[in-house]
Write a new protein. Structure first.
Length: 511
């Protein structure tokens, strides 16, 4: 969910490398650029809101194929576990493209790990294109799901009560399937775009050793080089009890960082307990983290987002949003809004304990207790700054706070990551995006948003390729189940996304 959305539609993928470099100057400069581009984006979105829609709904046979692809992907375990195999999913889609008549030279299954291959498919333009390709970026891997935690088999595609159930139905095999189906439908219909279109189904977005998007950018740039990237692992339509509220387009991301908190002790025999206990000391530190809230913040993206959302909300929530936009902001209103976890994440840096390990024997005092604390850092703050905040918060010299690097190594040195520079709006992207969104969800405003999770867009952004996150998936704000139990997607949301991407792909291909 990736991380689809801002206020309440997030994906939270485990992708440590896809984060910003800990500097002050670069994020500040990026924010200044965004301050100039965000108003232009709003004007552009508003100017196309009443344009003709250009939708061609999928036929029953098109839907049947799209459902079959979705089912096939869900039922292939593509977790980064001994039971999972990302290549099996990529290879299954490779077969579909080759069977449909895509040239062998335009269908690439590749990667440095045999179990985690990427699929890159190029849909060729008619003649020699004058513009660079459009890249649709999707990840094939999913987060682990345990059968014992679910009420259905997470790797069985089940349609029930108006929902599709299964691991990946929200994050993000829905978009994988919709775009595979779109490319196949366009090819079957003989569509000839004016520019090449590329679909990349990648590995390792959710974790692992990064055989996916970063590897493709660094090792096979020629296969994925593009004018811009559309990443459905972010953005989409927020629903409030069935009412479409806003369409989010990812414009920037928070910064990801993992920290290992370690308490050490000389240990001893469990029959001789002492107050100095590594487990107790670690728990005391984590309890301080539970009670702590990082400062309230807005930037140009989130401020623009809330200005639009304020007009769509009613009652106390609308009043509270207006109050946080005031100068000075109302902290009581911010506190009320922050009761919702997703809104809290949009307004603050967040840090949370995600893993624990302690002790070495049942009958011995623990010599070590460790926790992984995962932070999503508001743009403009560095991981090193947050590390020192944690050290000051814990206020225990016996604890150490160190970085967990991309490959899982523990270090005192912050990872060297480049800053994210939000791209300026491109009319050929936002005109059809807004027009088609308005056609499917009439009257819904489209606004830039800050991704509270993270996505593979970072690798392309760092390579100088503009990236825009939009899934065209509509989800209830209180039903975000990506990475969680009983993950599900409304059936209607899948069909609408399928229609959107078919029309959107043609609109971009015709530019």
């Amino acid at each position: 969910m990736g991380d689809r959305s801002t206020i309440n539609r997030f994906r939270t993928p485990r992708n440590p490398e896809a984060r910003s470099k800990p500097t002050r100057t670069a994020p500040y400069n990026a924010l200044m650029q965004l301050r100039a581009s965000a108003p232009a984006l709003i004007c552009l979105l508003a100017s196309v809101a009443t344009a003709q829609n250009g939708l061609t709904p999928a036929s029953p046979s098109d839907r049947a194929e799209a459902r079959d692809i979705f089912k096939q992907l869900i039922e292939i375990n593509t977790t980064d576990t001994p039971k999972g195999n990302v290549t099996a999913g990529s290879a299954a889609m490779e077969k579909r493209f080759l069977d449909a008549g895509f040239p062998r030279e335009d269908v690439h299954l590749l990667g440095p790990d045999a179990r985690k291959q990427n699929l890159v498919v190029r849909y060729r333009a008619a003649g020699t294109p004058t513009e660079k390709p459009v890249l649709f970026l999707c990840h094939m891997d999913v987060v682990e799901a345990l059968q014992s935690d679910w009420h259905t088999d997470p790797f069985q595609f089940i349609e029930k009560d108006g929902y599709f159930y299964g691991r990946g139905t929200q994050d993000m095999k829905d978009s994988d399937a919709a775009l595979v189906a779109t490319f196949l439908r366009l090819h079957r219909e003989g569509y000839k775009p004016k520019r090449d279109m590329i679909l990349a189904l990648t590995a390792d977005e959710e974790g692992g050793k990064f055989n996916g998007a970063s590897w493709l950018v660094n090792q096979h740039r020629e296969l994925v080089d593009a004018a811009y990237v559309i990443n459905p692992d972010a953005g989409g339509i927020e629903l409030d009890h069935g009412r479409p509220v806003v369409g989010d387009v990812e414009a920037t991301e928070k910064v990801y960082a993992d920290y290992q908190i370690t308490a050490t002790n000389r240990g001893g025999h469990s029959s001789l307990p002492r107050p100095d206990n590594a487990i107790y000391e670690l728990i005391a530190a984590l309890n301080k983290l539970v009670a702590y809230s990082f400062p309230f913040e807005l930037n140009e993206v989130t401020r623009t987002y809330y200005r639009i959302v304020e007009k769509e909300e009613t009652g106390q929530k609308a009043k509270d949003i207006g109050a946080i936009l005031a100068t000075p902001p109302d902290m009581a209103a911010a506190a009320r809004l922050s009761v919702d976890p997703s809104t809290n994440s949009t307004l603050h840096t967040t840090c949370v304990a995600t893993r624990l390990a302690a002790g070495h024997a049942n009958n011995a005092l623990p010599q070590t207790a460790q926790a992984n604390v995962n932070c999503r850092i508001f743009p403009g703050h560095s991981p090193e700054e947050i590390r020192h905040t944690l050290i000051d918060l814990f206020a225990d010299p016996k604890l150490t706070v160190k970085y967990v690097s991309d490959g899982g190594q523990v270090s005192d040195t912050a990872p060297d990551r480049k800053p994210i520079v939000p791209p300026a709006p491109i009319q050929e992207v936002f005109e059809p995006l807004t027009r088609l969104t308005q056609a499917i969800w009439p009257g819904v405003p489209v606004t830039p948003e800050m991704e509270d999770g993270a996505s593979d867009s970072i690798y392309f952004a760092q390579a100088g390729i503009p990236c825009y996150g939009y899934s065209a998936i509509a989800l209830e704000r209180d039903d975000v189940r990506a990475h969680g139990q009983d993950e599900r997607l409304p059936v209607d949301s899948y069909w609408k996304a399928l229609d959107f991407f078919y029309a959107f792909s043609k609109a971009l291909g015709d530019k």
